[in-house]
Design a protein around this ligand. Structure first.
Ligand code: TXA
Ligand code: MG
Length: 318
């Protein structure tokens, strides 16, 4: 199959109506989108991504008014949706029957989100079904933040990638659920814990894949470059591994005299929002330089630093 990249919304909508998959830009990362109400299409998403069926998909809606069609909506969820949608927040809610079991990995909850990207919004307005869309990368690899990234990995497997430029947020949505009215974060992401706390009061982080609350997708190893990645204090890591061919991922500056083959600074000003925006493209570039090791700096544990560290830890997991 030949993969085209373009901005033809009508063509993309026509493909989706025919049960085909389309690469879709969102403000977080690109998604691999298909009709969420059609089981055969959803099976195609899992197959194209090489993703196990037990790891459920996020269902993307055009706007907040569609939420109650697909899930039970407690007051708390409504409040969060009104505050953060369209935007990088995914709500895990009790699903309604209309959502096929294959979308939710057989579970009785469904993940919903309204993306904040004009092309995604326009695409959703042209069709009368919601879009199931995992990040458009092969399972386990770094998520794509440009149409070209999608094409590098999924080219030949899908007909069309809608080109919406570089994703503004650059890191996936924050996934939350509710347990006895308590807000539980299953995946740190584009809405910070500080933002959530400002609305919900207290927030519990539960991002390890253990216990009954586990988000099935929180596999320990994920987002991983092919080159081995180690996370920690850069100066120490460089000293420890100085005999190796090193690539380095830093927040704002490199340690002096570092003998390295390639480096990426995520934000010269040390701005964590900018660092999140640049993270995945930087990881891809470092993965392409043929280094023996990628050494990554641990970010400060606040704001977007929490989500960046989460991705880097999973990228470092063996
Ligand atoms: O920003 C994003 O969320 C992007 C864009 C395309 O919207 N999508 C994305 O999808 O990151 P994916 O499939 O790569 O990650 C979805 C995460 C997985 O960790 C999955 O396990 C979790 O959401 N998830 C989905 N449905 C769930 C459910 N019913 N219960 C718990 N976790 C769920
Ligand atoms: Mg993903």
């Amino acid at each position: 199959m030949k993969t085209e990249i373009g901005t033809d919304l009508l063509y993309a909508a026509a493909l989706l109506r025919r049960g085909e998959l389309v690469g879709m830009p969102t403000e977080t990362v690109y998604g691999l989108a298909g009709n969420a109400l059609d089981s055969d299409t959803v099976l195609k998403i899992y197959a194209t991504k090489g993703r196990p069926h037990f790891n459920p998909l996020i269902v993307h809606l055009q706007d907040i008014s569609k939420m109650s069609k697909y899930a039970e909506v407690p007051v708390f969820a409504q409040t969060l949706a009104e505050r953060f949608w369209p935007g990088p927040l995914t709500l895990v809610l009790p699903k309604k029957k209309i959502i096929p079991d294959i979308v939710t990995g057989g579970g009785d909850t469904v993940a919903l989100r309204v993306p904040a990207h004009s092309l995604a919004h326009e695409l959703l307005s042209l069709i009368d079904f919601p879009l199931a869309a995992p990040s458009a990368n092969p399972a386990g690899y770094i998520s794509p933040v440009t149409a070209e990234h999608v094409c590098e990995q999924l080219g030949g497997k899908i007909a069309y990638i809608l080109d919406g430029g570089t994703c503004s947020v650059g890191i996936e949505s924050t996934v939350v659920t509710f347990v006895q009215d308590e807000l539980v974060v299953l995946r740190a992401g584009g809405v910070t814990l500080e933002d959530l706390k400002s609305v919900a009061g207290s927030v519990k982080l539960h991002t390890q894949a253990t216990g009954q609350l586990a988000s099935p997708g929180l596999l320990k190893s994920h987002y991983a470059p092919k080159t081995r990645l180690i996370l920690g204090d850069l100066a120490n890591l460089i000293e420890e591994h100085q005999s190796r061919k090193l690539a380095v991922l830093a927040l704002s500056h490199l340690p002096q005299n570092a003998a390295i083959v390639a480096s990426e600074i995520l934000s010269p000003a040390g701005d964590l929002t900018q660092a999140a925006h640049n993270l995945f493209a930087a990881m891809r570039r470092l993965d392409a330089v043929d280094a023996e090791l990628i050494l990554a700096e641990r970010m400060p544990e606040h704001s977007f630093g929490v989500a960046i560290n989460d991705r880097l830890e999973r990228a470092a997991a063996l």
